[in-house]
Design a protein around this ligand. Structure first.
Ligand code: HEM
Length: 150
């Protein structure tokens, strides 16, 4: 599901939380709440509006993604790295804002356990997407971590 540059094979979280109707409902609330913030955000809103043609399809895909990474349900079969490498405008400020809105949403919509795991995974995946983006767009420059990049 998720390829990290320089690593063979696929990255899967070591631990999944138990899947249940209530954890699926939390993920649904998290994803819908998060993208509702994203869409009205000054910085991120325009980026998503430029690239997402069909919001219900994107939201359903993102529910499957978070259900797969948090609960191990394996419903998501996409490839996030090329999808983000293809976005020319990505930069560290956008990632930091994304993570900020995400953790505000987990704090509001998730249990402490699910929220903490979601925040931790989001931070790692954001870092990996940013490394992949830099490698794709500036292959001769050493990629920089999100917290050190300008
Ligand atoms: C600066 C931050 C980010 C921006 C602006 C962004 C933007 C986007 C956009 C526009 C798409 C749709 C691409 C398309 O359909 O062509 C997308 C897809 C996606 N994003 Fe992000 N994203 C960001 C960060 C993240 C992070 C941190 C994660 C995971 C924790 C993530 C997970 C995904 C996934 C799973 C998809 C679906 C890829 C697919 O299978 O088509 N994104 N993102």
């Amino acid at each position: 599901m998720f390829n990290v540059p320089g690593c063979r094979g696929r990255v899967r979280p070591a631990m999944h939380l138990p899947s249940s109707d209530s954890s699926e409902a939390e993920i649904h609330r998290l994803v819908h709440g998060f993208y509702s913030r994203v869409r009205s955000d000054e910085l991120l809103g325009p980026v998503f509006e430029r690239h997402i043609g069909d919001w219900p399809v994107h939201l359903a895909k993102m529910v499957d993604f978070w259900s797969s990474v948090l609960l191990g349900t394996r419903r998501y079969h996409g490839t996030p790295m090329p999808a983000h490498q293809a976005l020319p405008e990505l930069n560290p400020s956008l990632f930091r804002r994304w993570l900020e809105l995400f953790s505000e949403t987990t704090a509001e919509t998730c249990s402490a356990e699910l929220g903490a795991r979601a925040d931790q995974l989001a931070g790692r995946i954001a870092q990996s997407l940013w490394f992949g983006h830099q490698l794709a767009h500036a292959p001769d420059t050493l990629p920089r971590p999100l917290d050190h990049a300008a």
